[in-house]
Design a protein around this ligand. Structure first.
Ligand code: MSP
Length: 656
């Protein structure tokens, strides 16, 4: 039964239609759609908002260089975005465009409310500005290159110096309030490390007021209090989450009353700052409740570690992937390959490997095997379960599939899409193993084992059915195919399928075509999935990287790396490989370190060198000598090289 008191409001960022979208955008939208599907399946009344952020100088420039006006330019992209979402079966409740009349009108009202309450004042802004990202940056944020110029920390394009009159929002007054809010609501921003980033980078150093208008910007919403200004990006963009629901227009705000506060905003980690600092303060100023959660997901990177982005021009065209490999494969890959809070990799090779191993092999081939056997031994008709031949294997598998309930729910309730799929695949792999170990082809040889054989068939199909019912959260087409082959039509509810015994014996089961194709990876690789030829080099990184980005900066920061000066170096008695050192590690402290480098260095050559030293390694004894910390060495396979400080630094400098 639909429980209408259970409501769930979820949003994606509104994307810039400055160009066609790529799989980075699909990633967030698929995650939000998956979450929305899950909540709907769990009986929630879901409102799922997505859309496009259509104003700004960058879009105006893009339109100009395309020889058209901004509105026609974005209309064209928005059509392509909607088409893409339809191809990916993204079931949003509403698509907001910031050029929609109602949005523009409501934004002006919001601006006016903030102004009337005294939160907006006139000032002037000087700073380094990125036209591409429409953002000002402080000196400490920018990339400074050898050419003396400053570059954007996000898109790496050259920054311009700009000074202009503008209106400011008094963010600075709310810094402490927000720090306290984080403390009282630790669930507000996830994953947890994003909170530390916000505190360290923005809140603790002290918030600055925010420029909220731009003079002379034509492609923007006119400022209601000053006709020379337009409303600049963040009030326009962030407020979409409430204007879409009718705020602040009384009488038109039923959706707002029903769904606000939002349950979760999914946003990429680069815009967490706007959603977890500016947005809560704006809402506080408007005196309306804050969203329950902002979840900052990681980036889809290429194997070469570069972020996929339109400004870098290295994007993968999702349409090509859908055409070639299908919607379910793409949705599965993105949800399975990348832990939602962290960065992860896309390469065609990784994608094809997942399709082959998880989809074609584990899941697809299991269907193929059990339907082939059912055809051969039972004419395709599902036999009865025979409980009297239940052994440990059967019991274990049954238990495993029945605990999916709790496991999948707890994973998805904490936005761990990957974990939910891992749980489901454990059951799929276990079922493959069960079939293998039960060896139906042997049971079939012995008439006395017919009941046992029937049981293996029943159990395998029952598990397959339950697993497929869960996969409705992630897949679009495949569950329908399976349910139809089971003679159950398109619509199977998880609730009805997840109980043991939900599959009735006596049904005729159709084998059908393979559920997923498998690919010859070598042949497939090299077929372009990138949207333009010049970028082909990005799609097939030479090999799967040995260097997975699997630690956070905080992990690295646990290492206390220092420069250290070698004061004493000597051989360790009766140990051919060991040298003992006494190091000056700064501030008058000395340390003894033992290192296995006697084969590569003479002790006398090492004295006086400034080397790199790991200071906080737990001490360990070598030949009775206690060694504290470790010297850093490079290894080329033949010899070792001490890592030294390229400039003649003193001992005790930090290395980071
Ligand atoms: N318009 C702003 C957002 C305003 S929200 C009130 C914007 N748009 S964007 O087009 O740049 O989209 C950014 C979002 O797209 C990211 O936050 C992320 O959700 C998604 N992604 C874009 N590229 C991505 C990757 N390479 N990897 C993962 N997500 C990516 O910022």
């Amino acid at each position: 039964m639909q429980m209408t008191d259970k409501k769930f409001y979820i949003t994606t960022p509104i994307y810039y239609p400055s160009d066609y979208l790529h799989i980075g955008h699909c990633y967030c939208t698929i995650a939000a759609d998956t979450m929305a599907r899950y909540k709907k399946i769990m009986g929630y009344d879901v409102y799922f908002l997505t859309g496009t952020d259509e104003h700004g100088e960058k879009i105006a420039r893009k339109a100009e260089s395309a020889g058209t006006d901004p509105k026609s330019y974005v209309d064209n992209i928005v059509n392509a975005v909607k088409e893409l979402w339809s191809r990916l079966s993204i079931d949003y409740s509403h698509y907001i465009r910031t050029t929609d009349d109602y949005h523009e009108r409501r934004i002006q009202k919001i601006f006016k409310i903030l102004y009337d309450k005294g939160y907006i004042y006139k000032g002037s802004y000087k700073g380094l500005y990125c036209v591409s990202d429409e953002a000002f940056f402080t000196e400490s944020q920018v990339i400074k290159k050898d050419d003396g110029k400053c570059y954007c920390p996000d898109c790496e394009k050259e920054l311009e110096y700009k000074e202009e009159e503008c209106y400011y929002l008094k963010l600075s007054e709310y810094g402490q309030w927000l720090i306290d809010y984080y403390k009282e609501h630790p669930e507000f921003l996830e994953p947890k490390e994003r909170q530390n980033e916000m505190l360290k980078n923005f809140l603790l150093p002290g918030l600055e007021d925010l420029a909220v208008s731009r003079k002379g910007l034509k492609w923007g919403i006119p400022c209601p209090i000053d006709s020379e200004h337009s409303i600049y990006v963040w009030i326009d963009a962030l407020s979409n989450y409430i204007t879409a629901l009718g705020y602040p227009e009384e009488g038109q705000d039923d959706l707002y009353k029903k769904y606000w506060p939002c349950n979760v905003h999914f946003v990429g980690k680069e815009i967490v700052r706007f959603h977890a600092v500016i947005w809560p303060i704006m809402l506080k100023m408007l005196d309306i409740p804050l969203p329950k959660k902002v979840f900052g997901h990681g980036w889809v990177l290429f194997d070469d570690g570069k972020k996929m982005s339109k400004s870098r021009g290295n994007v993968i065209d999702p349409n090509t992937l859908i055409d070639k490999y299908g919607v379910d494969a793409l949705r599965y890959f993105l949800m399975r390959e990348i832990n939602f809070g962290s960065d992860g990799y896309y390469s065609q090779e990784l994608f094809l490997k997942r399709i082959n191993s998880d989809l074609a092999n584990d899941y697809g081939n299991l269907w193929h095997r059990i339907t082939a056997m059912l055809g051969k031994y039972f004419n395709g008709v599902l036999p009865d379960e025979a409980e009297n031949v239940y052994g440990d294997r059967e019991k274990e598998l049954k238990k495993m599939v029945l605990t999916l309930d709790a496991n999948v729910e707890s994973a998805l309730d904490s936005f761990k899409f990957q974990d939910a799929l891992i749980y489901i695949w454990e059951v799929i792999r276990m079922t493959n193993k069960y079939v293998e170990e039960s060896a139906p082809w042997n049971l079939a040889k012995d008439e006395a084992k017919k009941e046992h054989l029937a049981n293996v068939m029943y159990i395998s199909f029952q598990v397959y059915y339950i697993v497929t019912a869960y996969l409705q959260i992630f897949f679009i087409d495949t569950p329908k195919k399976v349910f139809n082959r089971l003679g159950l039509g398109d619509n199977v509810t998880l609730e009805s399928a997840k109980q043991w015994g939900s599959l009735k014996s006596g049904i005729k089961i159709e084998k059908g075509e393979p559920l997923f194709n498998r690919y010859d990876i070598e042949k497939e690789i090299g077929v372009s999935t990138v949207s333009s030829d010049e970028n082909k080099k990005h799609i097939n990184p030479p090999k799967e990287s040995r260097h997975k980005a699997n630690i956070e900066k905080e992990d690295f920061e646990k290492l206390e790396l220092l420069t250290a000066k070698i004061l004493v170096a000597e051989k360790v008695e009766n140990a051919d490989k060991l040298l003992k050192f006494v190091l000056d590690i700064g501030e008058g402290e000395q340390r003894v370190v033992v290192s296995s480098i006697a084969e590569y260095y003479k002790p006398e050559d090492m004295i006086g060198k400034t080397v790199l030293y790991l200071a906080n390694l737990k001490p360990k004894k070598f030949r009775g000598i206690k060694s504290y910390g470790m010297l850093l060495l490079a290894d080329n396979g033949e010899t070792l090289s001490l890592m030294t400080s390229e400039k003649n630094f003193d001992a005790g400098c930090s290395v980071n």
